[in-house]
Design a protein around this ligand. Sequence first.
Ligand code: GLY
Length: 377
Amino acid sequence: MTISRRTFVTTGAAAAASLALGERAGAEPVLARVGERAARVPLASRPVVIASGNGLRGVARAYDMITRQGADTLDAIIAGVNIQELDPEDQSVGLGGLPNADGVVQLDASCMHGPTKRAGAVACLEGIATPSLVAKAVMDYTNHVLLVGEGAKKFALGMGFTEQNLLTEKSRKDWLRWKACLNPSDNWLDAPGMPRAPARTSQRDSAPELGVNFTTGTINMNAVNAAGDISSVTTTSGLSWKIPGRVGDSPIVGAGQYCDNTVGAAGSTGRGESCIKTCGAFLIVEFMRQGLSPEQACLKTIERVIATTEPRLLDGRGRPTFSLQFYAVAKDGRFGAAALYEGGSFAVADSQGARMVPFAFMFRQSEKPQAAVSCSA
Ligand code: GLY
């Protein structure tokens, strides 16, 4: 049975959200509100390329390569994300990405090529600005899927990639400011039985005056060509100030991105730990396989994220105190994306041109917990 978008949104999804949230006092799923936007169902057309909001230039490039040059979908979207990876002003990925707690830029990326059913990934890669291309090289030239750390770098250098210092002066200064006011977003939990450190909290409060930027990012991009072949890629510098060696969802096939050439592709940006626990991108593709639209599949996966979130990351009303966004395309060219909280948009390029489209969302911005961490890795 095909579920209409409005039916799902106003009944099925709300009921499912109630199951996910209703046990927590005061939790009010607002999926029905998404139904208000049901008229905005995108018409399916191929080719189509979608990405996180920082990928507007990238989707335009990828779409152009697919339509004008007949480029392979994975080559096209990797060329798309390379724009941000090589842009020193973009502190979310590649060159200029925000560093870890030691001031070292460690990059993660993964990709999947639908037609040939292959995948490649790298994690904790240092000194190479384009981890998406190294991930593709892992896919193309090895019998493996994931290389990490020193091994990944040695592999990349052996493949001819050029080593460079990825820490720009701007990112170094932001790291120094973070060092100067170590705060609760340093990724360490308080030890059980130990008092919280008030100095750290108050120092954090003064951080905005210091211009500290706790927000970092990721770029996910997915494409379907005219023949229905599909690819996906996600690349990131991960959570800023992360514990060295921390790996998020981006290089995890099935979490940060996933592609099945018979169904579609999906990916994520935001708190990677929460996506990993739900196998986010894989789950979205599986929901699409079951008949949900890309947007419905993203929303239903967000419900799963909420249902699997530990209490310390929920406010008193059961709402997550972090950000997470999902993106999806179906084989027939339909696309959609959803976020935990209202606001923001994602990038799309199809026959109507390259543009930004608003996210579907689970909760209104006004309902976002005050304590919500601004991190959107
Ligand atoms: N979503 C990217 C990360 O958590 O590293």
